[in-house]
Design a protein around this ligand. Structure first.
Ligand code: PLP
Length: 386
């Protein structure tokens, strides 16, 4: 096995407890949740209940029933945006958004006639809260923003924007795909009304898990209806959460793994996890400074970014760098546009994309050093070709 540095796509490896929890659920529990009264069905209920509670603890959400399970952040963002916005509504989004935010907004612009204003970010991906505030209008219903860019790792000022949105009676949706599990998030303190997260990145869950927190008083229309186990006599979807948004059998084996992942984070402590991310990212960024021919994007400061670093080597295509890193050095990274073309326009890499390194909790300083050596060799060879 080589060096895995694609944690921004999905985290790998997972804590041992995650593998064990999925295996145990599938072998020893196996029943559906919310639908049976026999002992194993109640154990399945307990897994789902405990996962909601653990997530509530992690995100500072007292009423965990306001967290609904989805299959990933993309589904959560679609549910939030499409369940909320109506014709004539105005939305403000940052220019670092992922397609999971941008494409649903564009669909609603075409189909429902919503209006979108993009608050421009600087070349390092950073956003000035005043640029969001000045875009707010009387018909602004929602501000939506990524917590950290998946291209540059840049942390966006969610606290300041959340407070400003709250003062103006505008709802605030945060895409925490790159920060849930790696950065402290307290939904109440940050003024977050809707928090979309994915289970398989920083939360260490299996793929196919995720969720949306919906603050009490925020009403969304569900986009799917169906069985919820209880209240089967009703012809319409129940109004109360989480059933209103959880039609159909949940991914309980995935949720069992997600629970183990969140428990791992709660036990390690989010500050320690963030601390290690900063240490590894800082080490990498410092090493990059002395390699000629490498352009690094983003703030280049571990205090201002998560463990995502994007770069290009002068004269080599991003895909070729990623290919050589894998083939020759066994280093796994991603290249291209990373599902966020607006972010690439913002940082000036729409034509060439970037090579992206996604540092995770289980990476080591030695792995970063090996990878830096590989990059130095690739960049050095390129310089001699010229
Ligand atoms: C910032 C951001 N938003 C949304 C997503 C979508 O996450 P998922 O693919 O788990 O739905 C990602 C994942 O790549 C992301 O990085």
């Amino acid at each position: 096995m080589g060096i895995y540095l694609d944690n921004a796509a999905t985290s790998y490896p997972k804590p041992e407890a995650v593998y064990r929890a999925v295996d145990r659920f599938m072998r020893e529990i196996g029943a559906s949740s919310g639908r049976g009264a026999y002992r194993q069905a109640l154990l399945a209920d307990k897994v789902v209940f405990s996962a909601r509670e653990a997530l509530g603890k992690l995100f500072g959400i007292r009423d965990a029933s306001r967290i609904v399970f989805t299959s990933n952040a993309t589904e959560s963002l679609n549910l939030a945006v499409k369940g909320l916005l109506k014709a004539g509504d105005h939305v403000v989004a940052s220019s670092m958004e992922h397609n999971a935010v941008w494409r649903p907004l564009k669909r609603l612009e075409a189909e429902r006639g919503i209006e979108i204003t993009v608050a421009p970010c600087a070349k390092d991906g950073s956003l000035r809260p005043e640029d969001v505030i000045k875009a707010i209008r009387p018909n602004t219903r929602l501000v939506v923003m990524t917590h950290a860019s998946n291209v540059t790792g840049t942390l966006l000022p969610v606290g300041e924007v959340g407070a400003a949105a709250r003062d103006r009676g505008v709802l605030f949706l945060v895409d925490a795909a790159q920060t849930a599990g790696t950065c402290p998030i307290d939904a109440g303190t940050l003024g977050i009304d809707l928090l979309a997260f994915t289970g398989h990145k920083g939360l260490f869950g299996p793929t196919g898990t995720g969720g949306l927190y919906i603050r009490e008083g925020v009403d969304l229309l569900p986009f799917k209806e169906g069985g919820t186990g209880g209240e089967s006599i009703l012809e319409h979807q129940p109004d109360h959460l989480p059933d209103r948004f959880e039609a159909g059998t949940l991914n309980i084996s995935g949720i069992a793994g997600l629970l183990a992942g969140v428990d791992f984070i709660l036990t390690e402590g989010i500050d320690r996890i963030r601390g290690k991310e900063k240490e590894l990212t800082g080490h990498f960024l410092r090493a990059l400074e002395i390699i000629p021919g490498i352009e690094v994007y983003g703030p280049k400061d571990p205090e201002k970014q998560v463990g995502v670093v994007s770069l290009n080597i002068s004269g080599v295509m991003a895909q070729d760098v990623a290919y050589v890193l894998d083939e020759v050095y066994g280093v796994m990274v991603r290249s291209g546009l990373h599902c966020a073309p607006m972010a690439h326009r913002t940082i000036g890499t729409i034509d060439r994309g970037t090579v992206r390194f996604g540092i995770g909790y289980f990476n080591t300083i030695e792995e970063i050093d090996t990878m830096v050596q590989a990059l130095a060799e690739i960049a050095g060879k390129t310089l001699t070709w010229k």
